[in-house]
Design a protein around this ligand. Structure first.
Ligand SMILES: N[C@@H](CCC[C@H](N)C(=O)O)C(=O)O
Length: 260
C-alpha cells in the first residue's frame, strides 16, 4: 500500500509531509529514516506528519521528526511549509501549543512561534546555569523555542566541524541545535545552524528565532531582525507581547506516492 506525500521546502530546508488524516501511516524509526534518506528514500531534513488536532481552535496537528528518528517540539521552516500547503492561514497544533499563521501581501508565510523559554530547566540544561552565558568555550546563550537551541555570536564557524560535539555536550540532556552567528548590524544577523538529529541544513527557522531572542537578551540585536542563512533570509520579530514572529518563503517542490 502506498501513501501520498508532498515534498516542501523553506530556504532549502526540506520536508516530506504525509497527511495521516486521510490515509494510514505509522511514523516508526524505520519509516522515518528511510523517507528522509537522500539515496534510499525521498530525501529531506525533517519528516512531517499531519494528524487530527485535539485542541479547540487548531486546524491540524503537526509533528516533526529528524532523520535519526527523534521527534522535535518545533520546526519553524516546516511550520511555514505546512501553512503554505494547507492554505487559508491555518492554526497549527504542535507540542508547544497553538501556532497561528498568516500570509503576507507578497505571499510569504508568517508563523507565531510563541514565547521563548529562557529558564535552564526549560531549555533543558543538565544543571542550574545562566542561560545567557553557558559555561562552554565561546560562551553561547541558550533558549528553547519548543526545541533546545544554543547560539554563539563569535562568527560563522565550520558548523560541520564544531556542531556534532556541541550537539552532544553533556550540558544538553536532550542534545541541542547549535547556531553560529555573526552580528552584521543590530538588525542583521548571519547565521548557520547545526541541527540536532539532522546535521547542517541550509536554514533553521527555530534556530533563527532563538538567535534573535538570544541576541536581544545580550543587547547585540534589535527585536526586529533579518537573519541571513545559507539558504536565504527570514524576518524575525520578538514582539513586545513576548511571542516570536517568523516570516519567510515556503513552496511545494513535488508530490508523489511512497510505497510503504
Ligand atoms: N529545521 C527546523 C528544526 C528541526 C528540528 C530540530 N532539528 C530539532 O531537533 O530540534 C527549523 O526550521 O526550525
Amino acid at each position: 500500500m502506498s501513501v501520498r506525500f508532498q515534498k516542501m521546502q523553506g530556504l532549502g530546508n526540506d520536508f516530506v509531509v504525509i497527511d495521516k488524516r486521510h490515509q494510514a501511516f505509522s511514523p516508526t524509526l524505520n519509516n522515518v529514516s528511510k523517507i528522509c534518506d537522500r539515496r534510499l528514500g525521498i530525501g529531506c531534513d525533517q519528516f512531517v506528519l499531519l494528524d487530527t488536532p485535539s485542541l479547540p481552535g487548531a486546524d491540524v496537528l503537526v509533528r516533526f521528526f529528524n532523520p535519526d528518528g527523534s521527534e522535535a517540539g518545533a520546526c519553524g521552516n516546516a511550520s511555514r511549509c505546512v501553512a503554505a500547503l494547507l492554505g487559508h492561514a491555518p492554526v497549527l497544533q504542535t507540542q508547544v501549543g497553538l501556532l497561528p499563521s498568516l500570509v503576507t501581501e507578497t505571499g510569504e508565510i508568517g508563523i507565531d512561534m510563541g514565547a521563548p523559554r529562557l529558564g535552564w530547566r526549560e531549555v533543558p540544561l543538565a544543571r542550574e546555569t545562566d542561560t545567557l552565558v553557558l559555561p562552554l568555550p565561546g560562551a553561547p546563550a541558550a533558549c528553547s523555542m519548543g526545541n533546545p537551541h544554543a547560539t554563539f555570536f563569535n562568527g560563522i564557524r565550520d558548523a560541520a566541524q564544531f556542531g556534532p560535539e556541541l550537539e552532544h555536550d553533556p550540558l544538553f540532556p536532550e542534545r541541542a541545535n547549535i547556531g553560529f552567528g555573526q552580528i552584521r548590524a543590530r538588525d542583521n544577523l548571519r547565521l548557520r545552524v547545526w541541527e540536532r538529529g539532522a546535521g547542517l541544513t541550509p536554514a533553521c527557522g527555530s534556530g533563527a528565532c532563538a538567535a534573535v531572542v538570544n541576541g536581544v537578551r545580550r543587547n547585540l540585536l534589535d527585536r526586529r531582525c533579518i537573519v541571513e542563512m545559507d539558504g536565504g533570509s527570514l524576518r524575525i520579530e520578538w514582539r513586545e507581547d513576548g511571542h516570536v514572529l517568523m516570516i519567510g518563503p515556503a513552496t511545494l517542490v513535488f508530490e508523489g506516492e511512497w510505497p510503504q
